[in-house]
Design a protein around this ligand. Structure first.
Ligand code: SF4
Length: 615
């Protein structure tokens, strides 16, 4: 198999020991790279008794065969660990140039274990790695740490993945960011990094991995890059803020902590106003011809920075009913600097606002903050307190909405919108039931919108004909009939993408699973069929499920769907709809997966997938 180095870099922070390993080729053939490779290492190295903040937990940063290919979308990289938010295995992806450079240092994955006795950062160049003191960087925000490290190393093209104060202070919603614009945001993996006293990983590589058929690959890339460019005009123009209107028309927006079906304020946040008011311009990831990321100017605060993409904008703005674009963008910028996942942050602040409205929090509890719906000042103040973990409330909310609501009680669990501890992102299962089934069952990161994204069938017109998702009717979005097939197809497809590693947005502009497979075969020389490709995705999903079970996530957790999302909205395009019957749909999903009635992969299924003994 080409397109990989067959080299893993392992760093034991407790022993200050850096070693290199050569995994068997079988490991790559089964789990490809990225998220699949990460899950495989967790399986072998992180038993049930090792919790997220234990030094023995692993933090794995991994790339796949696609890094090094000049193809649109091929600049992603994955972080995998046992998550402090959900207590189980989780993965999250970022982009920028970090993954491309890491691959060029000559490794497929970095495995970090142990805990340093003082803050450090890791500096990796071609085949070399060293730990450097980061005492002077501890306490800096993510952007400051990024700049300081680049200055200190003093070379061109250094890429840094760092945490901010939230990760240092073990917030369960802390993220890892790179280039001041891209974030492995979900499931609190920044806090795992903080628990190890690891401030950052800086990389610079110049090596080029060998591909099986370079000529064919170049031809494929040229054609795909141009095709996506031609079809992505709509997203290149406005970024992901373009989806506000179509999502509003589907009732897919998370308005007022998911309690309202429509709200005019949403249109002050999305495109075209977003593009015009913020003078938003594309700020693409490496090689990308779609270019969804934005650089924006925030007039009221006089700063130029990365603009919030749809999820952040929706959760910080729509979920809290703050329609002041300056305030929402500024809160997003602060969240990035402190290293906080803006999706979870928005959900937690919305929950706290509802607590305030219902008298569960008083002004005394909030330290004088008027925590009212729509208050930009409250949004910003809470972002600061949560990001820096300041005061009692800031500390509590930094634990995530599940723990916060359990500690506060008084019925607040009823409006805590999370699944297994991860705050639900900005796609409403009442608009598309399949999103709910995916949230309930996805084993890669609890309720992720990008580790299974069947909502895209109805909200973005995506189809996966190679996996049997082709003819779909509009009304199917509110039916459980055949829902398990669509959800399974999207979860397995996402696991392929997250293991290669590639950007899932490409399908919005005519990129297909066949493109993915053709690129994979030209890169690796494996010449897999579509069935083998799908089988790899299924294998990785099953491995993640085995990890979920090891870490204590069972059928009971799958069935524990947020109460708020089972309450029909009174108004809007998805009025009077709720995913009732999801428990039965979950059972049908298990059956279709070949799992037993408790959602455990059967011996037969594991044997079929080569998972009786994990390579
Ligand atoms: S579509 Fe957006 S996230 Fe994906 S590679 Fe391009 S700029 Fe990055």
């Amino acid at each position: 198999m080409k397109g990989i180095w067959r080299k893993i870099l392992r760093v034991d922070l407790s022993k200050r020991k850096i070693t290199k390993e050569e995994p068997r080729m079988e490991v790559y053939r089964n789990f490809i790279g990225g998220g699949g490779l990460g899950a495989r290492y967790l399986y072998h190295e992180v038993p049930a008794e090792v919790d997220a903040f234990s030094p023995e937990n692993r933090l794995i940063m991994a790339v796949g065969p696609f890094q090094g290919i000049a193809q649109t979308g091929a600049a992603k990289w994955q972080v995998v660990s046992r998550s402090p938010a959900i207590g189980a295995n989780a993965e999250s992806a970022a982009t920028g140039w970090w993954g491309v450079h890491f691959k060029k240092t000559g490794y497929d994955a970095l495995i970090i274990q142990g805990r340093s006795d003082k803050p450090v950062y890791l500096w990796i160049t071609d085949g070399q790695a060293e730990l450097k003191d980061a005492s002077h960087l501890w306490g800096l925000d993510m952007y400051e740490a990024n700049d300081e490290i680049i200055k200190e190393i003093g070379e061109k093209d250094v890429q840094v993945a760092a945490i901010g104060q939230a990760g240092e202070r073990l917030s369960r919603i802390a993220c890892i960011g790179t280039e001041k614009k891209s974030f492995a945001g979900r499931a609190g993996l920044g806090a795992v990094m903080g628990s190890k006293y690891l401030k950052a990983v800086a990389v610079k590589g110049t090596k080029q991995v060998e591909y099986a058929d370079e000529e064919r690959l170049e031809k494929i890339n040229r054609e795909i890059n141009m095709r996506v460019y031609e079809k992505a005009d709509w997203i290149r123009k406005d970024g992901t803020a373009v989806v506000f209107k179509p999502f509003a028309e589907k009732g897919n927006l998370p308005i007022k902590n998911y309690s309202l079906g429509e709200w005019e304020g949403a249109f002050k946040l999305g495109a075209p106003r977003y593009t015009e008011y913020l003078d938003a311009k594309p700020w693409p990831c490496a090689f990308c011809t779609m270019q969804c990321h934005r650089r924006v100017k925030i007039p009221k605060y006089g700063i130029e920075t990365v603009g919030p993409e749809y999820e952040n904008l929706a959760m910080l703005g729509i979920d809290t009913m703050v329609d002041d674009l300056d305030d929402v963008c500024y809160a997003n910028d602060l969240a990035n600097r402190y290293g906080v996942d803006a999706i979870s942050l928005g959900a937690i602040i919305a929950w706290a606002m509802e607590c305030y409205e219902k008298g569960v929090f008083t002004k005394e509890d909030t330290g004088g903050v008027e925590l009212k719906w729509g208050s930009g000042a409250a949004l910003i103040e809470l972002t600061k307190r949560i990001g820096l973990r300041e005061g009692k409330l800031g500390w509590l909310l930094g634990e995530g909405v599940k723990i916060a609501s359990q500690r506060i009680g008084k019925g607040s669990e009823n409006w805590a919108v999370h699944i297994k501890g991860l705050e639900v992102p900005a796609h409403d299962p009442r608009a598309v039931f399949h999103a709910g089934l995916n949230y309930a069952t996805a084993p890669a990161q609890a309720c992720s919108h990008e580790r299974g994204n069947p909502q895209h069938v109805w909200v973005a017109g995506v189809r996966l004909p190679e996996f049997g998702v082709d003819q779909v009717k509009e009304e199917d979005k509110w039916s459980w009939e055949g829902a398990e097939k669509i959800v399974v197809a999207f979860q397995d497809y996402c696991n392929i993408v997250n293991s290669l590693v590639h950007c899932k947005f490409m399908v919005f502009a005519g990129f297909t699973l066949t493109d993915l497979l053709n690129t994979f075969n030209a890169a690796t020389g494996l010449n897999w069929s579509m069935d083998e490709f799908r089988r790899a995705g299924e294998r990785i999903t099953n491995l993640q499920k085995l990890l979920n079970l090891r870490y204590g996530l069972t059928k009971k957790d799958d069935l524990n769907f947020p109460k708020r999302l089972l309450e029909p909205k009174k108004e809007g395009p998805a009025a009077n709809k709720a995913p009732y019957g999801i428990d039965k749909a979950i059972e049908k999903y298990y059956e279709y997966r070949g799992w037993d009635k408790n959602g455990v992969p059967t011996r037969k299924k594991r044997s079929e997938l080569g998972l009786l003994k994990i390579p």
